[in-house]
Design a protein around this ligand. Structure first.
Ligand code: NAG
Ligand code: NAG
Ligand code: NAG
Ligand code: NAG
Ligand code: NAG
Length: 454
């Protein structure tokens, strides 16, 4: 009798994968199809009357106008409404892959992200029609260590709704009608001396996490190759090669409306209408965490992210600085990629190896990123001594408690079980399944199912 292997594939995929924070392949090209399945978050759409409000979870009694000025500061303060569709975030998304974080912004219809006026004189509020060089900032602020005591409060910079503990930013600056620079910020310290220390550490590829008042931050452009001579010449405060093993990576400290353009390591693209923008920020721009020696941002971490668009007065009503910040999102840089789920039906496609772990043996080159960075958990597998549950590479038996702890790191679980084990241990399997949170993908592959003879 021939035992044909038939794989039973159970999955609860579509809705879960849509909303999960999973490892993606986003291409920065101004085409947003690759964002379609990424979870969407919304921010209210402002109106000219200023009757659209938002609250910070940390100060929920305060009603903050959605788009507002930049002169009020502090958690207990309420800024003044300013109307400007160019900064009026209505939708945003966050994604990542093995090396970078990706952000998607959409502003209200008619708004254009990065739109700035052109001129030579300074903006003069008594003579606002005099052409002046406008500025526009696309800002991502991150609580990198999930410690509310290190980093700044958003409101210290005039941004609302406020959130605590923001240690680092990455930003795009548009200036005088065009793109000007992209850079990272390290927010640490409360004095010019401490700022000086942060600078010296940044030059050594170190990122500082410490208590901070907003105005103390370093601002550096990061290149993963030697910049052009023109860029080097324009660096205002020196130009530094990072120490070994990061030779050939460079930073130069910058400031707002520096004489760009500087094409640092961040990249972005916009829709034709200009109301959508995607940005890619390599983790490496956040250097190494001075406390741990590890990359400051890397896969496996959970961080809090606050997005802001901000612009100078020219196109605002009334003509004042104007910004809109989105609700803070807790985001996990999960290890697993699950975007190419399909139900496997042929043994050939899977190249099953019963002695090994299912997925590590799969040759699925068509969309291979599906299988990168996965960790397999298997149970009922004949190790000696026999273990009920095993996390690959840990080489120890895993308790339910540990499974629950790890569960948050993963987007989902593909459970590969022999039919016999499955039938003899239904209760145990049920226990494992229920101990995995409901918002995770759970897929069971039952192998060695005998093909029915006809
Ligand atoms: C802005 O650009 C315009 C046109 O290129 C130029 O005439 C003007 O001097 C620039 N302004 C500044 C502040 O560089
Ligand atoms: C992270 O953001 C979430 C959602 O806003 C919030 O509930 C949580 O308290 C934040 N955590 C920290 C450490 O700020
Ligand atoms: C930091 O301060 C020292 C001593 O005051 C000074 O020599 C050095 O140039 C400063 N470094 C930076 C990066 O500003
Ligand atoms: C730095 O400033 C923050 C915010 O004002 C404050 O909470 C912190 O205690 C200060 N740290 C030091 C070392 O002064
Ligand atoms: C995977 O499949 C591709 C295409 O069929 C083939 O070129 C490649 O050699 C295979 N890789 C392995 C490791 O089997």
């Amino acid at each position: 009798m021939i035992f044909l292997s038939q794989i039973l594939c159970i999955y609860f995929v579509v809705e879960i994968v849509k909303s999960a924070q999973i490892n993606r392949n986003i291409i920065i090209d101004g085409n947003f199809d690759d964002w379609l399945n990424v979870q969407s978050y919304s921010d209210p759409q402002d109106n000219i009357d200023g009757t659209v409000y938002q609250e910070s979870p940390w100060f929920s009694a305060l009603k903050i106008p959605d788009c507002h000025d930049g002169t009020h500061m502090g958690n207990e303060n309420i800024p003044k409404h300013i109307y400007n569709p160019n900064v009026d975030i209505v939708e945003f998304k966050i994604a990542h892959d093995d090396k970078s974080l990706y952000i998607y912004f959409r502003v209200a219809d008619g708004g254009i992200i990065g739109k700035t006026s052109v001129g030579s004189g300074k903006f003069d509020e008594n003579n606002p029609s005099n052409p002046s060089p406008g500025r526009f900032y696309v800002i991502t602020s991150i609580n990198l260590d999930m410690n509310e005591q290190t980093g700044y409060w958003l409101s210290e910079g005039g941004y609302y709704p406020t959130a605590p503990g923001l240690d680092g930013n990455f930003e795009l600056e548009f200036y005088n009608g065009t793109y000007n620079q992209n850079y990272y910020l390290n927010h640490a310290g409360n004095s010019t001396n401490e700022l000086n220390y942060t600078k010296e550490q940044n030059r050594q590829n170190q990122f500082i996490l410490g208590t901070n008042f907003y105005s103390y931050y370093t601002q550096y452009i990061y290149w993963d190759h030697r910049p052009t001579e023109n860029e080097i010449k324009k660096c205002l405060f020196g130009f530094y090669e990072l120490p070994s093993p990061n030779n050939n990576n460079f930073i130069c400290f910058s400031q707002d409306d520096a004489p760009g353009p500087f094409n640092g390591i961040l990249s972005y693209a916009q829709s034709e209408k200009g109301n959508e923008l995607e940005i890619r920020a390599p983790f490496q721009g956040f250097l190494l965490n001075k406390n741990t020696g590890e990359p400051t941002l890397q896969l496996g971490m959970t961080v809090n992210i606050s997005l802001t668009l901000e612009t100078s007065p020219e196109y605002s009503l009334p003509q004042e600085w104007c910004s809109d910040s989105a609700p803070t999102i807790q985001y996990t840089l999960s290890l697993v990629s699950l975007q190419y789920l399909s139900c496997f039906t042929s043994r050939k496609a899977l190249n099953l190896d019963y002695n090994g772990f299912l997925l590590s043996k799969v040759n699925y080159t068509k969309q291979s990123s599906y299988f990168q960075e996965t960790i397999d958990i298997d149970f009922g597998f004949n190790h000696n001594p026999k273990r009920q549950l095993n996390l690959d590479d840990t080489h120890r038996q895993m308790s339910l408690e540990t499974l629950q702890k790890y569960a948050s790191l993963f987007d989902g679980f593909i459970i590969n079980i022999g039919k016999e084990y499955f039938e003899q241990n239904r209760d145990r399997i049920q226990t494992y399944l229920t101990s995995i949170p409901d918002n995770k993908l759970k897929m069971i592959l039952i192998r060695d199912v005998q093909q029915e003879q006809t």
